[in-house]
Design a protein around this ligand. Structure first.
Ligand code: 13P
Length: 237
């Protein structure tokens, strides 16, 4: 399984350090073999971890340059960051990133061999139009993306389930993931209101290879519990 924590604009550098100490120790003491990735805010990227991957939530597709408010490759290289989240719904819908910009970002970081967690997912009005509309919406979000990229992790995050406490049914997740499985052999994550009490059910769905967690991952205790549940599933406990 792959378990990702997306802090978004939460936690200071100090809070991230305290958090990482708890998660790293948990992973090490329990000999966790699952992949754990934490996406802290950019102020907290400077963290050398032995057993947890640190990724960046966003970066500009350039070595450096006149891109006010952004960070680029030079800044990522300084902290040895080789993992990036691209296409998150908040960047698409809150910050207005277009598919063309997202594709440019994807190609740039894929050429550099980054692990890319690429997000897709439909808003509620699309979901309400039925499965065909939903499939077409996701197809558009996959346009220009190399689905054979060797370090691709694809995350399905329905916009209406993010931060709302609402989650799709097991069947709805299974349907989308099975469609995605037809298109790629990449690991498939589900994200959107994943919590300690629903994570085991979600991770048991066919073609779900992990989870991308926002709010519930802000508690190191809860995130560790999710990591433990993933390990238990693998061991058939
Ligand atoms: P929540 O877990 O808060 O719904 O956020 C999901 C998400 O956007 C992770 O990237």
């Amino acid at each position: 399984m792959i378990l990702c924590a997306n802090f978004k604009a939460n936690k200071t550098r100090q809070e991230t350090q305290a958090y990482m100490a708890v998660v790293e120790s948990f992973v090490s003491v329990n000999a966790i073999e699952d992949t754990v990735i934490v996406f802290p805010p950019v102020t907290a990227l400077e963290h050398a971890s032995r057993n947890v991957l640190i990724g960046v939530q966003n970066a500009y597709p350039a070595q450096n340059g006149a891109y006010t408010g952004e960070i680029a490759l030079d800044q990522l290289e300084e902290f040895d960051i080789k993992t990036i989240l691209i296409g998150h719904s908040e960047r698409r819908h809150v910050l207005g990133e277009t598919q063309a910009q997202i594709v440019e970002k994807f190609r740039y970081f894929a050429d550099l061999g980054f692990v890319i967690v690429y997000c897709v997912g439909e808003p509620l009005d699309v979901r309400e139009c039925g499965q065909e509309a939903l499939n077409s919406y996701i197809d558009i979000q996959l346009e220009g993306i190399d689905l054979e990229y060797h370090d691709l992790i694809l995350a399905y995050e329905p916009v209406w389930a993010i931060g709302t406490g609402l989650t799709p049914t097991i069947e709805q997740i299974a349907t989308v993931h099975s469609n995605l499985r037809q298109k790629t052999s990449a690991a498939l994550l589900y994200g959107g209101s994943v919590k300690v009490d629903n994570v085991a059910g979600i991770m048991s769905i066919d073609n779900v290879d992990g989870v991308l967690v926002g709010s519930a991952s802000l508690s190191a205790h809860d995130f560790c519990e999710m990591i433990a549940l993933a390990a238990e599933l693998k061991n058939g406990v």
